[in-house]
Design a binder for this molecule. Structure first.
Ligand code: NDP
Length: 393
């Protein structure tokens, strides 16, 4: 029986994770859950899955959750705050931690899980983007296991030799090909992009996801973050990670080998596949995902990403090449810009402008300790907030 902590239980990855584990009560039990604002949803999850501990944002949220759970016979310890998140991620009772908080808020608990030697299922790509070196060092020194949940990285992982113990060169890998759907604006007229609304941007053609990652998919910053994530996960330079636009989202990513072979992982676009893969690895379990119906596929298309349309992808490659805290600056500026866009304080095309201006204004330092990463994150948020306010006037 694997005991799980599910960070971000009320989100989109949280819901898919709950769906997979409820299919296998003999394998998985939920020990702890976390949420931020959706307390009603969290109360439903606690009532159904009966975890021992739940963590929410603050004391008021904890009181409200206690009220919502009054009359529920199951006893669940309610905690709050960032420290409690780290505690449920590293507690001795836990084997596996699903890191599915969105954004930089996921960094500290993910790192705590890695330092405690857990099996870490990583959905929170932002933590690797911000501090890949630090997170991987924690994994190495504690003996933790890091398994990718992002469908692309999970696909790459599945297309590599088991565990690839001798690195990508030892495995004869030439390059990694990350597929990208191109999002909702792949063929929209360029001059129409400045008027895109949050509702249009979050309407992804193939995937149902949280709002922040949906906007990131529309700008292709998501693919940029994934390039950086792939660099850390697979130990490969930016020059060997290519992005291929594949609008059907059936091929989730590919690995090309020295002999010219290309191995791909295919399936319906449903996050329960990579979640089930990582939960059961190295075994395979039922995920609830329907079989891919090849007879009904209209075709598989591929094209190069248009960097004029998607400047965020270019910026992510540049940040990766710049090294140090550049990726943390990129990530923080993007989070602030996306939040402002969703809040209608910034136009869609303003997201890339704000990120680029922050990267230009703030020089990258060495990202050798958590303090320098967090300092870069804070400086970038301050700079982005100023730029967003200035653009409004
Ligand atoms: P959602 O927005 O759907 O869910 C985010 C979760 O994080 C919610 O449980 C939310 O709580 C919680 N949360 C939000 N802010 C905070 C905070 N400041 N502190 C603590 N918890 C917080 O996001 P997704 O599930 O879509 O994405 C989660 C992560 O997985 C992201 O890093 C994303 O990039 C990654 N990912 C997602 C994919 C997807 O298909 N959705 C695919 C691949 C990667 P509440 O809702 O209660 O406020």
């Amino acid at each position: 029986m694997q005991k799980l902590t599910l960070l971000g239980a009320t989100g989109s990855i949280g819901a898919s994770t709950l769906d997979v584990i409820q299919r296998h009560p003999e394998r998985f039990s939920l020990w702890a859950v976390s949420a931020h604002r959706q307390l009603e949803r969290l109360a439903e999850i606690i009532t159904k899955y009966q975890p021992a501990v739940a963590v929410v944002a603050d004391a008021a949220g904890a009181d409200r959750l206690a009220t919502l759970l009054a009359g529920v016979s199951h006893a669940c310890l309610i905690r709050h705050g960032a420290e409690a998140l780290c505690e449920i991620a590293s507690a001795p009772q836990v084997d596996t931690v699903m890191a599915a908080i969105v954004g930089a808020a996921g960094l500290a608990p993910t790192l705590a899980a890695a330092r405690a030697g857990k099996r870490v299922l990583l959905a929170n790509k932002e933590s690797l983007v911000m501090s890949g070196d630090i997170l991987l060092e924690a994994v190495r020194s504690s003996g933790a296991t890091l398994l990718p949940i992002d469908s692309e990285h999970n696909a790459v992982f599945q297309s590599l030799p088991d565990g690839f113990p001798h690195g990508l060169d030892g495995a004869g890998v030439r390059r990694i090909l990350l597929t990208a759907s191109g999002g909702p604006f792949r063929i929209a007229p360029l001059e129409s992009l400045h008027a895109v609304t949050p509702e249009q941007a979050v309407a992804h053609p193939n995937w149902v996801m949280g709002r922040k990652i949906s906007v990131d998919s529309a700008t292709m910053m998501n693919k940029g973050l994934e390039v950086i994530e792939a660099h850390w996960l697979f130990g490969v330079g930016a020059d060997r990670i290519d992005v291929v636009v594949h609008p059907q989202s059936v091929i989730h990513s590919m690995v090309e080998y020295a002999d010219g072979s290309v191995i791909a992982q295919l399936g319906n676009p449903d996050m329960r596949t990579p979640i089930a893969h990582a939960l059961a690895y190295p075994e395979r379990i039922e995920s609830g995902v329907a079989s891919l119906d090849f007879m009904r596929l209209a075709g598989l298309c591929f094209e190069a990403p248009d960097l004029r349309r998607f400047p965020c992808l270019r910026l992510a490659y540049e940040a990766l090449k710049a090294g140090g805290t550049a990726s943390a600056i990129l990530n923080a500026a993007n989070e602030e810009a996306v939040a402002a866009f969703l809040d209608r304080r910034l136009g869609f095309t303003g997201i890339a402008h704000v990120v680029e201006a922050c990267l230009d204004a703030l020089g990258a330092d060495a990202a050798d300790c958590l303090d320098s990463v967090l300092a870069a994150d804070a400086r970038a948020r301050e700079q982005a907030t100023t730029l967003i306010a200035a653009r409004m006037h």
